[in-house]
Design a protein around this ligand. Structure first.
Ligand SMILES: [Zn+2]
Length: 291
């Protein structure tokens, strides 16, 4: 993705991995071949690898720079986490190199937002140092939704971690280091950056709204994973916390931005990632913004 500018703010992508990933029929329990084949020519060509029959899925963070703050939204899977396949991506240096190439050091990050506390959105939150997980960004405040944190804390207490050790290794050390801000739905970082509650994929999933000088972009986290969810808004991945609620959040959000000039930044959409939504009856189209 090329850098985009929203008023006084710039947004860049930092990629951990990209390319063919999962088969839609495996990822979406509601998959229907006729619906998929109908939707395929209506979607951007980048979203599917027809030869392999796999969706192209990117894992990336967004670096949001305002005149006052450097903000990282979502932190991929990280390194040294010991995740089992398929989250054991090789070559983690790509993410670090892309971040540093933007002129951003770990020390420069003022805030880290996690749209939700899943394995692939919290990874770089922490770094293994002398056998302990410590915050990767020493000067940052990490913004977690209070309800999201509480839900995974409760799951962790039950021994039902979100896959593996995500809460223990990626979230808890941030709170213990005193670097977490546990916030409510109405949280505003400043007059530019606010949260939009879109629960369902996870207990208190939030999108991050960036508005400056009349322009607007929204980092949509995992509110949708693939463009097919604009054509088929009820399709939910098997990993959703509450699929019904996730579909309702998706429809509500997409309806509010359809036909507007709000730019969307869905974490898992392949490059060029950034796009606009239009309505089509009770469905939607996602179009990349290519200029
Ligand atoms: Zn994700």
């Amino acid at each position: 993705m090329r850098q985009i500018r929203i008023g006084d703010v710039t947004i860049d992508a930092v990629i951990e991995r990209e390319g063919p990933w999962r088969r839609p029929e495996q990822f979406f329990p509601m998959y229907d071949a006729a619906a998929w084949n109908r939707a395929l020519p209506e979607m951007e060509p980048e979203v599917f690898n027809a030869e392999l029959g796999m969706m192209n899925v990117t894992y990336q963070s967004f670096v949001v720079r305002s005149p006052r703050h450097t903000i990282l939204v979502d932190t991929c899977t990280g390194e040294d986490k010991g995740h089992p396949p398929p989250f054991d991506f090789p070559g983690k240096e790509r993410w670090r190199k892309e971040l540093f190439a933007l002129g951003v050091t770990y020390e420069m990050v003022d805030y880290v937002f996690c749209t939700h506390l899943h394995i692939d959105h919290t990874g770089w939150n922490t770094t293994l140092r002398d056998g302990r997980w410590v915050p990767t960004f020493p000067n940052a405040k990490y913004i977690f939704h209070k309800g999201e944190y509480a839900a995974w804390e409760a799951e962790h207490a039950k021994g039902a971690n979100p896959p593996g050790t995500v809460f223990r290794d990626n979230c808890l050390p941030i709170v213990e280091a005193g670097q977490a801000l546990l916030v409510d739905d109405g949280y505003a970082l400043d007059d530019l950056i606010t949260l939009i509650p879109t629960p369902g994929h996870s207990p208190c999933h939030c999108c991050v709204d960036i508005t400056s000088r009349g322009q607007r972009a929204v980092v949509t986290g995992d509110m949708m994973h693939h463009a097919i969810q604009c054509r088929e808004p009820d399709w939910c991945p098997g990993v959703d916390w509450d699929p019904k609620q996730a579909a309702a959040s998706r429809r509500r959000f997409l309806s509010t931005v359809a036909g507007t000039d709000t730019l969307l930044l869905p974490i898992h959409f392949p490059a060029p990632t950034v796009g606009l939504v239009t309505a089509d009856g009770d469905r939607f189209h996602y179009r990349y913004k290519r200029d």
